[in-house]
Ligand binder design. Structure first.
Ligand code: GLN
Length: 496
């Protein structure tokens, strides 16, 4: 078979089932691709031996007719998911020698279903960022290049930048990611891939390094909508170890791919037409609505009046929860310790050297908004606004809207160093269309919408009712069908 890294996850599954390809061959092809693509810096830790051992077991199972749903399919795991016996860093110095003795529930579900795991993917430190430039292990480079600008190193988005770049560069069939304010959907949009942030509670957070617990959700990044549906089917499910995980059956997401979208009402929120929105993004949004209309859906204008408060309130709630979650990195329980004169000095030195500047900024903001005297003015107020943001969506859905269509990001990907160096808010603005979804706990999907004039991908976002990922899969598949074929980047990054 010609290069099996070009198969989609669904095609690879079928090729393994019909024995046109072995799991070991498929895994080895991805390991070879990873070795030749280190210039992209997608992986923090590669685990080729582990992947090959898993693939070998898969081939034995396939021969015995005992295939599991993801049998022999090689995946990448964001290095925020704890992997039993494999170093797990959260892209932070403070965890650079941490090897968990347990496996996160979501990655354990993938292993239970037969996946092979190629290694741990790079990310922004503790998932804080939108460009993968805050990683203590260096930035990830997107396989995409800007037209006429071959020297600019384009960012793959963040925080799941290793996941999005590895999937876009065909280094794995799919990857796990996490989304607190956009970290699945924004990197997917930047790399022309599909990213799914499920409803809060759909996937277990157990064993995933916590950032902001009331916002964090696990989800997949893949090259096709069908592949995302297949992966989410394995990742999702109730877990008694996470009290926010929902005890509800996991639907057959793959069956929703290709289902008719006739008569579906799609809301287009007028508040997302933000000041200074580029003509290109506005045009993409209109075209996306037209594609859904052609597929039989009905487009209606809706209002989500509290949208403009989402980003500022996110940047109170997320740092508040982060400052509390990250208190555990004290040099005693996990990872790195710096010696000090006494215990307080040891804490301070450990945290000052272990955390990067963006993480320190979030801890300071979070501690401030939770402190006596400011708690009511900032944190409590932000929680109230969060309820209003959720109510906006509740009302839209109550009026009969089945899903909401928006752009995924306010721009295409930018080059390393181009944004946020002087003003972090410039970086935070990347998530203006995605944070509302986390604040309201809703499912959201980013799906490729085409290429911009600069040659880089643009993405559309679909937002759904709680636990109605199926409608999103059917709508995203309709968009995928309608988008003119996207020319993928030539593998300039591969060493021969
Ligand atoms: N970019 C946002 C942040 O920096 C969202 C990150 C995420 O979803 N993990 O907080």
């Amino acid at each position: 078979m010609s290069d099996p890294t070009h198969l989609s996850l669904a095609e690879a599954r079928d090729a393994l089932k019909s024995k046109r390809l072995s799991a070991v061959e498929l895994t080895q092809a991805h390991i070879d691709a990873i070795e030749k693509s280190r210039a992209l810096n997608c992986f923090i830790t590669e685990t080729p031996e582990r992947a090959l051992a898993q693939a070998l077991e898969s081939d034995l199972r396939i021969a015995r007719g005992e295939s599991r749903p993801l049998e022999g399919l090689p995946l990448g795991i964001k290095d925020l998911y704890c992997s039993k016996g494999v170093r797990t860093t959260a892209a932070s110095r403070i965890l650079d020698d941490f090897t968990p003795t347990y496996e996160s529930t979501v990655s354990a579900n993938l292993l239970r279903d037969g996946a092979a795991t190629l290694g741990k993917l790079n990310l922004d430190e503790f998932a804080m960022g939108s460009s993968n430039e805050t990683s203590a292990f260096g930035p990830v480079v997107s396989p995409w290049r800007r037209a006429g600008d071959p020297d600019a190193k384009i960012v793959p988005g963040g925080s799941s930048g290793g996941s999005s770049a590895a999937v876009a560069a065909h280094l794995c069939l799919g990857a796990t990611a996490t989304d607190t304010g956009g970290s699945i959907r924004q990197p997917a949009a930047f790399t022309g891939t599909v990213g799914v942030k499920p409803t809060y509670g759909r996937c277990s957070r157990w064993g995933i390094v916590a950032f902001a617990s009331s916002l964090d959700q696990a989800g997949p990044i893949t090259r096709t909508v069908r592949d995302a549906a297949i992966m989410l089917g394995s990742m999702a499910g109730h877990d008694p170890k996470d009290t926010t995980s929902v005890d509800a059956p996991v639907p057959d997401y793959e069956a929703a791919v290709g289902a008719s979208v006739k008569g579906r009402r799609i809301g287009v929120p007028k508040e997302y037409r933000i000041d200074g929105m580029s003509a290109e993004i506005a045009a993409l949004w209109d075209v996306g609505a037209a594609w859904l209309k052609d597929a039989g859906a009905e487009i209606v204008e809706i209002s989500l009046p509290h949208t403009r408060y989402a980003l500022p309130t996110y940047y109170i709630i997320a740092p508040a929860e982060a400052s509390s979650n990250l208190a555990r990195y004290d040099g005693v329980r996990y990872g790195r310790r710096e010696q000090g004169r006494d215990v307080t000095d040891m804490y301070e030195k450990t945290r000052a050297t272990g955390f990067g500047s963006e993480v320190r900024r979030r801890i300071m903001i979070g501690t401030y908004v939770l402190s006596a005297g400011y708690y009511d003015a900032y944190y409590v107020r932000a929680q109230k606004v969060r309820s209003l943001i959720k109510r906006d969506f509740d009302e839209a859905f109550a009026s009969g809207v089945d899903a909401v269509l928006t752009p995924a990001t306010p721009s295409t990907a930018f080059a390393q160093g181009e944004k946020g160096a002087a003003d972090p808010v410039e970086m935070y603005l990347n998530d203006v269309f995605t944070v509302t979804v986390n604040m309201a706990g809703l499912p959201g999907v980013a799906v490729p919408g085409g290429l911009a004039a600069n040659g880089l991908p643009l993405g559309l976002q679909l937002i759904g009712r709680p636990f109605d990922e199926e409608t999103l899969f059917s709508l995203a598949a309709a968009i995928e069908q309608a988008v003119p074929k996207i020319e993928r980047p030539r593998p300039w990054w591969r060493e021969s």
